[in-house]
Design a protein around this ligand. Structure first.
Ligand code: UD2
Ligand code: MN
Length: 286
């Protein structure tokens, strides 16, 4: 990772820049889901990935420095499938990245927005990331021309998902896989902390972007293709009945509810072979 390159005293000046378009891209991918994946097996297939789920192209200076943040609870099989597909995908793109998993360990109602805020805060302590990807655990990209870097606008990457017949469900849709530069994320005050359960937080985030006079950009539909792993509604992530009510006042609340009011403790931080794991302490400890 960056630390080792720093230890070698290699800087941006010692390596040529990576090309604008990586020569390793293969375009449309045949995505399949092997049974019984293990961490060791995935790690063996990705020998260049370093402890904690870091990667940096060895022979050129990456154009993108990206943290991938995955909100997570009790989806082990999905996580393994995502790691199995995402590591090779990102390496072919010649980007510098780390995969972070933010784990809600308690049995309380799931809170995706808050987990993403925790992930942002902790990831930025680890490195000066230029681009943050917020990535559902169950979305597998199907075309590596969907490059995980940031542009000048907030990015919505999951344009065409099999679950929605590969069509955008509605124009302001901002679910699944999205990316922001840290400056833009801070400008919108991060994500709401008070959406408990399923739904609405993605529309709130989109609203925050529009309220700050920014726009969403998307990759071409042919690139932004994903398969969603099959699942029902998780226990502890029941549909949030307050979501429409909350959404109707985003314009009033966004300044006072977000990264500037985030309150949490980390229970642990650990580096595994394929990702860095942040476990948020149970709710009573915040
Ligand atoms: C949609 C959105 C998602 C989010 C959600 C509403 C798409 C493709 N995705 O997902 O971004 O806005 O609606 O909250 O439209 N998770 C766990 N464990 C749980 C519950 C959730 O790990 O027990 C994580 C996991 O990363 C999952 C994500 O939260 O992918 C979203 O939850 P979901 O997959 O159950 O909801 P879905 O597919 O309707
Ligand atoms: Mn899902």
């Amino acid at each position: 990772g960056l630390e080792q390159i720093q230890a070698l005293n290699l800087t941006e000046d010692d390596l040529p820049s990576c090309p604008k378009s990586s020569p390793f891209l293969s375009g449309p991918l045949k995505v399949s889901f092997p049974l019984h994946l293990t961490m060791d097996e995935i790690a063996q297939k990705n020998p260049w990935v370093q402890m904690g789920g870091h990667y940096q192209p060895p022979n050129c200076w990456a154009l993108h420095h990206t943290a991938v943040i995955i909100p997570y609870r009790a989806r082990r099989k999905h996580l393994y499938q995502l790691l199995y597909h995402l590591h090779p995908f990102l390496q072919r793109q010649q980007i510098h990245y780390t995969i972070y998993v933010v784990h809600q360990i308690d049995n309380n109602t799931f809170n995706r927005g808050k987990l993403l805020n925790v992930g942002f805060k902790e990831a930025m302590k680890e490195n000066n990331w230029q681009c943050i990807y917020f990535h559902d655990v169950d979305l597998i990209p199907e075309d590596d021309r969907n490059v995980y870097g940031c542009s000048v606008l907030p990015m919505h990457s999951a344009v065409a998902i099999d679950k929605f017949q590969y069509k955008l469900p509605y124009q302001t849709y901002f679910g699944g896989v999205t990316a922001l530069r840290p400056t833009h994320y801070l400008k919108i005050n991060g994500f709401p902390n008070n959406y408990w359960g399923w739904g609405g937080e993605d529309d709130d985030i989109a609203s925050r972007i529009f309220l700050n006079k920014m726009f969403i950009t998307r990759p071409p539909a042919a690139f932004g293709r994903y398969r969603m792993l099959k699942h029902g509604h998780d226990k502890g992530n029941e549909v949030n009945p307050k979501r429409f009510h909350l959404l109707s006042s985003t314009h009033i609340r966004w300044r006072r509810n977000g990264i500037n009011t985030l309150n949490y403790k980390l229970l642990s931080k650990e580096q595994t072979q394929l990702y860095t794991n942040f476990t948020k302490a149970p709710l009573k400890y915040c």
